[in-house]
Design a binder for this molecule. Structure first.
Ligand code: GLN
Length: 544
């Protein structure tokens, strides 16, 4: 067994306690002390990956360089650590079962009865150890999705129990994240739910080494002692996780509570240096003390659930800090935009982002939005479906191609300016079959894109089936919407822009997946800057 140490993060009492953020914060601290750490998320649902899920279910589907469609927590891991994740960092029950069933069909179990224990649990253990055995990491943090006691997470808990035993002392620990609720009628924080969830964990043979307690109020010393005694952990292993105004505060909160120190002690690892968070803190400083403010509209159809656009919202935080600008993101439901409402909803914005998406719902509102941004010189960024809407709008309203559309929305359109990619035409399965992951994009000289990236070729992540239809390229370019980024191997158009407009760009890929605290994405940085510029000009024009 490799020298890698394992940390398992389980959750109790309720979901949505922020296990992903705690795991990312701990990894950040360990990284800042000089350890190579990575994080893995195990999701107990039966979908093979979240690619087929509606964003209303679990929020955005995140995409890695290697083309895995994953849980949005992987986005947090990358944004905190500035380290790339891959398919190995996210495993679902569906994937585990699929793999075990395929092995069974190949006869690999040699006539044995295939069972949850040991076959499913072995598969889980293998998936956990893939990252450790790669030799790339000193520490692997594995986050178990769901809440302890859930029927569907039982095989994972059993796999962790077995692994803890196999790894032996100091090689694996369990961090249990719970809720310490405040009862306002009693004026008290309550420890009983935590005691019960630790007990549930214990019934499965797992003893928590560290408790991380989500709370709205500070935990007193007495309360910490009580939790330690009744939950069978050391006093210094009771960690408070108080509500934070930004998730980016959590690593410092955990540092203050000593989560990294107690973790290292329990893994018998040296503390090394004090965590170097200089750059992180500089980012926080800029994020919290902006000099300017802009309001950017995020136009999409899943706006009721903020998690649907998680990476975009986080990218604005990174780009805002970089520009010392507070970016107020105003979500606008594209379904409710029409000629009558548009002015009211859009005209005050300093920048407009038309979001990614699938299917017909809300697209006419997106097209109207692009038109408004184009005609009124408002900085515009279209991402994936947003870029496709920009092409459709231009074809309809500038070229006069009435009814131009994407064949995704209107198969019979006379002007399919966005069409299914050739390679997609034979695809029938929906899961994992889009054009996914990182692809090269060459940037044309003298373009806004080239200017922003400062590079000839970039790599960006994709998730789509439809694409700019080359048949219309000449006509569209001649009328002023330029294709300035393309795949060097296939010629597929990846970027369009309007040189006539102060800042108008549509990208077929998803820049939001690559923005991190350490490396804010250049496209978002430039977009926020353009919005600020636009706002300044607008204000001076009104004052004049
Ligand atoms: N639905 C579009 C396509 O499949 C856009 C996808 C997206 O926005 N991610 O091409």
């Amino acid at each position: 067994m490799a020298d890698t140490k394992y940390i398992f993060v389980t959750g109790g009492v309720t979901s949505s306690l922020g296990k992903g953020i705690i795991a990312a914060s701990l990894a950040k601290l360990l990284q800042a002390r000089g350890y190579k750490a990575t994080i893995q998320k195990l999701d107990p649902y039966i979908n093979v990956d979240p690619g087929t899920l509606n964003p209303y279910e679990h929020g955005e589907c995140y995409v890695t360089d290697d083309g895995a469609e994953t849980d949005l927590d992987l986005g947090h891991y990358e944004r905190f650590l500035n380290v790339r994740t891959s398919q190995a960092n996210n495993v679902t029950t569906g994937r585990i079962y699929q793999s075990v069933i395929e092995k069974e069909r190949r006869g690999e179990f040699l006539g044995k009865t295939v069972q949850v224990v040991p076959h499913i649990t072995n598969e889980i253990k293998e998936r956990i150890q893939i990252l450790g055995n790669s030799g790339e990491y000193d520490i692997v943090i594995t986050e178990i999705g769901g809440t302890v006691g859930d029927i569907e997470s039982l095989p994972y808990i059993e796999a962790v129990r077995q692994l803890m035993w196999e790894l032996g002392d100091y090689n694996g620990i369990v961090i249990h994240l719970t809720l310490v609720p405040y009862l306002s009628a009693a004026g008290e924080l309550k420890t009983k739910p935590t005691q019960h969830s630790v007990k549930t964990l214990m019934e499965s043979g797992i003893k928590a080494d560290i408790l991380v307690c989500r709370t709205e109020h500070d935990l007193s010393d007495d309360l910490r002692e009580k939790l330690a005694l009744f939950c069978n952990v050391k006093r210094e292993a009771v960690i408070q996780s108080i509500d934070a105004s930004t998730i980016y505060d959590v690593p410092n909160f955990m540092l203050r509570e000593g989560l990294d120190k107690v973790t290292l002690q329990k893994l018998n690892l040296p503390e090394k240096n004090h965590p170097d968070l200089e750059k992180w803190d500089a980012f926080l400083e800029r994020h919290k003390n902006p000099k300017y403010e802009v309001t950017i509209g995020l136009v999409g159809k899943y706006v009721e659930l903020q998690d649907s656009y998680k990476s975009i919202l986080e990218s604005f935080i990174h780009a805002g800090a970089e520009n010392e600008v507070r970016v107020n993101v105003e979500t606008v439901h594209s379904e409710y935009i029409d000629e009558e409402t548009i002015k009211n909803k859009i005209s005050h914005l300093d920048g407009i982002l038309v979001a990614p998406g699938f299917g017909e719902r809300g697209i006419e509102g997106k097209i109207d939005t692009v038109k408004y941004a184009r005609e009124n010189n408002i900085p515009f960024l279209g991402i994936c479906l947003g870029m496709q809407m920009a092409v459709i709008e231009f074809a309809r309203n500038v070229l006069g191609l009435k009814g131009a559309n994407s064949t995704e929305m209107a198969e019979e359109t006379s002007f399919p300016v966005i069409d299914l990619m050739e390679e997609q035409k034979s695809v029938t399965d929906k899961g994992g079959t889009m054009r996914l992951g990182a692809w090269k994009c060459a940037l044309k000289e003298n373009s806004l894109a080239r200017d922003i990236y400062g590079e000839e070729t970039i790599m960006e992540r994709h998730r789509h089936r439809y694409e700019f239809n080359d048949t219309y390229k000449e006509q569209i370019e001649a009328a002023g919407l330029k294709a300035t980024g393309y795949n060097p191997d296939t010629g597929l158009v990846e970027i369009v822009e309007l040189p006539e407009h102060p800042w108008f760009i549509g990208v077929q890929y998803h820049p939001e997946y690559k923005s991190t605290v350490a490396n804010p994405h250049p496209l978002f940085v430039a977009f926020v800057k353009a919005a600020l510029q636009y706002k300044k000009e607008k204000t001076s024009a009104t004052l004049a």
